[in-house]
Design a binder for this molecule. Structure first.
Ligand code: NAP
Length: 268
């Protein structure tokens, strides 16, 4: 619910929203959607040039953030606290835990342990670090919200995806436990779990192999980053007493992690 914002003449602001992994894909789109919906958006990611440009575009603020690095999260939280207490919009009210992704495509028998550790580090511990760093501020607001971006991969395991599945299943476990731990306190705990979204996700998963990444979306109309951003914006904009625990959103061409309808692709 918008509140009067004394620092911005005549403006009605919802409050401060933090978006992690905002340098591309869903995070960048979510930052834009939230800014359009009267949030003051603070964005973080490792690629600072991208988030600086985004923040300038949406009237937000950017700061370098590597969720794998406890020191970086601490510095980011200090930046959020400074923005939150500058007298304009009060303490941070929304955390969108979006930073994450998949690395590799291999059966369990051929597991690359470094990739599994990296996925757990970013998707699970990264989200947990952000929650630990910002929870007091969210609670101090009196109406805080955490929205974590999970995945259909956290609901249904699929061959060659076990490392990513394990990480996103863990994200769901963490969110579910926290929802129970915070019961009775003024913080909502929400999860948005998309299916296939065309972003840099597959390019990262396949180590920069653009052809392999493009093949993932061949013959399919996948979700766009903006589709998922709109879900995040909607979840965050519900009234304080409404907690959207889990929102699973798939393309019409996808009926689960493994069931994808592909149309024949015309040769040039
Ligand atoms: P993307 O375009 O690759 O974006 C990933 C974002 O995460 C980037 O902004 C990246 O920024 C950031 N990131 C990665 N590691 C980070 C770290 N250590 N610290 C801070 N930021 C980090 O992919 P996307 O599809 O938008 O993915 C966003 C989220 O949606 C992820 O959690 C992903 O698992 C989830 N998801 C994606 C899909 C899909 O099909 N695309 C489906 C379901 C769920 P920097 O590299 O600049 O740090």
């Amino acid at each position: 619910m918008p509140v009067y914002c004394p620092g911005v003449a005549g403006a009605r602001m919802r409050g401060i929203a933090v978006v992690t992994g905002a340098s591309s894909g869903i995070g960048a789109a979510a930052a834009r959607a939230l800014a359009d919906d009267s949030w003051r958006v603070l964005v973080g990611a490792r690629r600072v040039d991208r988030i600086d440009a985004l923040a300038a575009d949406i009237g937000g603020l950017a700061h370098q953030l590597d969720v794998d690095d406890a020191g970086s999260v601490e510095r980011f939280a200090a930046f959020v606290a400074a923005a939150a207490y500058d007298g304009t919009v009060g303490p941070s009210r929304l955390l969108v835990n979006n930073a994450g992704g998949a690395l590799g495509w291999a059966p369990v028998a051929e597991t690359d342990e470094r990739q599994w550790r990296a996925m757990y580090e970013t998707n699970v511990l990264g989200a947990v670090r952000m929650i630990k760093a910002l929870l007091a501020m969210l609670e101090a607001h009196g109406d805080g919200t955490v929205v974590t971006v999970g995945s259909i991969a956290g609901h249904e395991p699929y061959p060659n995806g076990a490392g990513y599945n394990a990480a996103k299943f863990a994200v769901r476990a963490v969110m579910s436990a926290m929802r129970q731990e915070l019961l009775g306190r003024p913080v909502r705990v929400c999860e948005v779990d998309p299916g296939m979204v065309e972003t840099e996700f597959s390019l990262v998963r396949f180590g920069g192999d653009a052809e392999r990444a493009a093949a993932v979306y061949e013959g399919v109309t996948p979700l766009t980053a903006e589709d998922v951003a709109e879900c995040i914006r909607w979840v965050a904009a519900r009234p304080p007493h409404v907690n959207v625990d889990q929102l699973v959103v798939l393309a019409r061409d996808q009926a689960g992690a493994r069931q994808i309808h592909r149309r024949p692709v015309q040769a040039d």
